[in-house]
Design a protein around this ligand. Structure first.
Ligand code: GLU
Length: 504
């Protein structure tokens, strides 16, 4: 096999959908597995659909996810430029080649004329059966064509598809897909109005010039593939035509239909890698990063949407995925977007992180609130709470009480736990706590407090439950003497005193 060269070629029309991220990931895994190259190409020949900021958004998404490119827009490389709007002259040359070889023709039909034709003929298609009724270089004289162009008339170049040809798309996932060329229309390849090729021509020319070996893309491009095969044929590039692999769709969590942005809004999960601010509508859509996902978990989760290693193994690092991924084993049928599984993965990946790594997420929140805390204390808080966290953002909700003393106490908990003698018991506990040099040894603190309870004949629950309430503000948190250890003696005594003054 020649060197593997694959590409991810988005159109910068908005935020990158999570399905697009999976396509890029599969390209990346395949490239790395074969020691090949992954190219980042921007397909921006449709100027009407261009959205400012989309390209940077896509690049930032991959940076966050750890998907790296070997060449392309912003990465450089010897096949550049990699942005199609910067390759106009290249495409012009290839359009001319098709015209010279009678594989394409110039057409002047205006949108109005085409509309009129569509109303006149049901299921009108611009193809071998109708092209001779239209205004194009096949029906006009050479002089007339030149005159019209010289006079500035706008035109398109159409692909002259010969009818009755068998077209086979060899697909690594789907096997051979056959169609007859008669069903295809004479696709527009180039438009004089913006001097730009259409997606089909630019895509084929670039894949050829960039020596792309495999085209791995979403199933929605499968209908274009026969046309692409015919274009390779028309150019005489069949020998070096890339291998195709069309990935199955991502389906709604219940399996009924294609996953859409609205499903995310409806069911409360992001469909974009990063938060997206739509510059046109001002609408903000949530992203995996901002929702507290770890990139490794997102990668692992996405990798398994439409592929699996053939055994029960589910948790795989990027390196393992590179080793185990198998393009040909990708599923032909759609993959259900099992969002709960994504959450579960995130929880597992979060547990694998060191306390220091996770402390960063709490530190950020402390900084935002101008609260200073010893790094060691933050790490201890994280260690005590991370088991309960699914998302990185949960860490702050779980740990904040270590850094912000309660000013109020949960009413229900007070009603239930604050009994008649509580005030007296906890007031007596104060000097006991004060007598302990410090709370660093959680077991020792526990022993002292328990021994005191026993000696006094106080029920452990009658002391511990309200004690927790005074330190946390409600009945939650880890083991009591973990809390006292992390808070430290001064803070514990301060909180306890405040509660005794406040709760009546
Ligand atoms: N520009 C197309 C897209 O937005 C690329 C399709 C392909 O990979 O050929 O997905």
């Amino acid at each position: 096999m020649n060197k593997v060269r694959v590409r991810f070629a988005p159109s910068p029309t908005g935020a990158l959908h999570i399905g697009g991220v999976r396509t890029a990931l599969y390209n990346y895994l395949f490239a790395k597995q074969h020691g090949g190259d992954l190219i980042f190409r921007i397909e921006d020949t449709d100027s009407h659909r261009f959205v400012p900021g989309a390209e940077d958004y896509i690049l930032e998404s991959f940076k966050w996810l750890g998907i790296t490119f070997d060449e392309g827009v912003s990465f450089g490389g010897k096949y550049g430029p990699y942005r199609q709007s910067e390759r106009k002259d290249i495409y012009k040359k290839y359009v001319q080649q098709l015209l010279d070889n009678d594989k394409a023709y110039i057409a002047f039909d205006t949108p109005e004329q085409l509309d009129a034709k569509r109303t006149e003929t049901a299921n009108f298609q611009y193809d071998a059966s109708t092209r001779l009724q239209m205004t194009n270089s096949l029906t006009l004289s050479k002089d007339e064509v030149e005159k019209r162009i010289a006079a500035g008339e706008q035109y398109v170049v159409r692909f002259k598809i010969e009818p009755g040809e068998e077209v086979t798309v060899h697909d690594l996932i789907r096997g051979d897909v056959h169609i007859n060329s008669s069903i295809l229309d004479d696709k527009v390849l180039y438009k004089s109005v913006d001097n730009l090729p259409t997606y089909h021509l630019a895509n084929i020319v670039d894949d050829h010039l960039m020596e792309v070996s495999h085209v791995i893309r979403g199933e929605e491009w499968l209908p274009s593939a026969p046309l692409h095969v015919l274009l390779y044929r028309a150019f005489g590039w069949e020998e070096t035509m890339p291998q195709f692999a069309h990935l199955s769709l991502l389906l709604k969590p219940d399996g009924n239909g294609k996953l859409s942005k609205r499903d995310g809004d409806r069911l409360g999960f992001p469909v974009f890698p990063l938060e997206w601010h739509d510059p046109k509508t001002g609408e903000v859509s949530s992203g995996y990063r901002e929702s507290g996902y770890l990139p490794e978990a997102v990668i692992n989760f996405l990798a398994l949407l439409g592929w699996n290693p053939g055994n029960d193994q589910e948790i795989m690092s990027m390196d393992e995925l590179i080793k185990l991924f198998n393009l040909e084993k990708c599923s032909k049928s759609g993959a259900k977007f099992d969002y709960e599984k994504g959450k579960h993965f995130n929880h597992l990946y979060l547990q694998k992180k060191s306390d220091a790594e996770l402390a960063v997420f709490v530190q950020q929140k402390l900084d935002e609130r101008n609260i200073s805390a010893a790094p060691q204390k933050i790490e201890m808080a994280v260690a005590a709470m991370k088991e309960r966290a699914t998302f990185t953002k949960d860490l702050w909700d779980l740990c904040s009480f270590f850094f912000i003393a309660p000013t109020e106490f949960n009413e229900k908990d007070v009603q239930k736990r604050w009994k008649e003698d509580t005030h007296r018991l906890l007031s007596e506990l104060l000097p006991v706590l004060a007598s302990i040099p410090n709370f660093d040894d959680a077991e020792a603190t526990e022993e002292t407090v328990k021994a005191w309870c026993e000696a006094k004949g106080y029920g452990l629950g009658n002391v511990m439950n309200p004690f927790r309430l005074t330190l946390v503000g409600e009945m939650k948190g880890p083991q009591m003497f973990q809390i006292t250890k992390i808070l430290g003696k001064t803070e514990v005594i301060k909180r306890l005193k405040f509660a005794l003054e406040t709760i009546h």
